[in-house]
Design a protein around this ligand. Structure first.
Ligand code: IMP
Ligand code: MG
Length: 177
């Protein structure tokens, strides 16, 4: 099968929206410290760009989870591959994700992190496939709500490919002639 990418969200549109989200976060966390907890690997491009627009005293840490194999649908089992390296107790934590789909991954990570007693906990995601949600999770900052398509680019992958695309595209498969 041939993989084709159909452009959905332009690079400029992403940059503009990331800046808007950063403005909201700067306002909400004015005079506070913020600790970004970025979910690897997909959230990295977003977290890096977002962080460059943030003006409060900021720290960043990373964690890695698996919920998808190399396929298009969730395997339903979430594993923690790499934990945060810093303690979050008493901190204002903002979890940065690439995409929230069913919300199962977010629910897992939220349960895990809330046990560590952060002072506050909020979620920021670049993309939200809201029609696919099966969990009750609250997301404070959403870049773009998208329909139910498989998104790649700007950090999002299919079988580890396409993360480096500067735009968001829809992955489609075409029978090879
Ligand atoms: P959830 O647990 O169903 O919300 O899935 C969340 C994770 O699945 C995301 O953090 C992504 O890593 C992956 N994922 C879900 N939808 C897509 C997509 O359209 N493109 C790429 N990865 C996706
Ligand atoms: Mg992810």
């Amino acid at each position: 099968m041939e993989e084709i990418i159909i452009k959905k969200i332009e690079e400029e549109e992403i940059h503009k929206r990331v800046k808007e989200l950063a403005d909201m976060i700067n306002e909400d966390y004015k005079d506070k410290n913020l600790h970004l907890a970025c979910v690897l690997k997909g959230g990295v491009y977003f977290a890096c760009e977002l962080s460059r627009h943030l003006t409060m005293p900021l720290t960043i840490d990373f964690l890695s989870l698996s919920s998808y194999g190399d396929g298009l649908t969730s395997q339903g089992v979430i594993t923690l591959n790499h934990d945060l390296t810093q303690n979050i107790a008493g901190k204002n934590v903002l979890l940065v994700e690439d995409i929230i789909d069913t919300g199962k991954t977010l629910q897992y990570v939220e349960n895990m992190l809330l046990k560590r007693e952060p002072k506050t906990f909020n979620v920021c995601t670049l993309l939200d496939k809201v029609s696919r949600r099966v969990t009750d999770v609250e997301i404070r900052y959403v870049g773009f709500e998208i329909e139910d398509y498989f998104a790649v680019g700007y950090g999002l992958d299919y079988a580890q490919k396409y993360r480096n695309l500067p735009y968001i595209g829809e992955l489609q498969f075409k029978e090879e002639a």
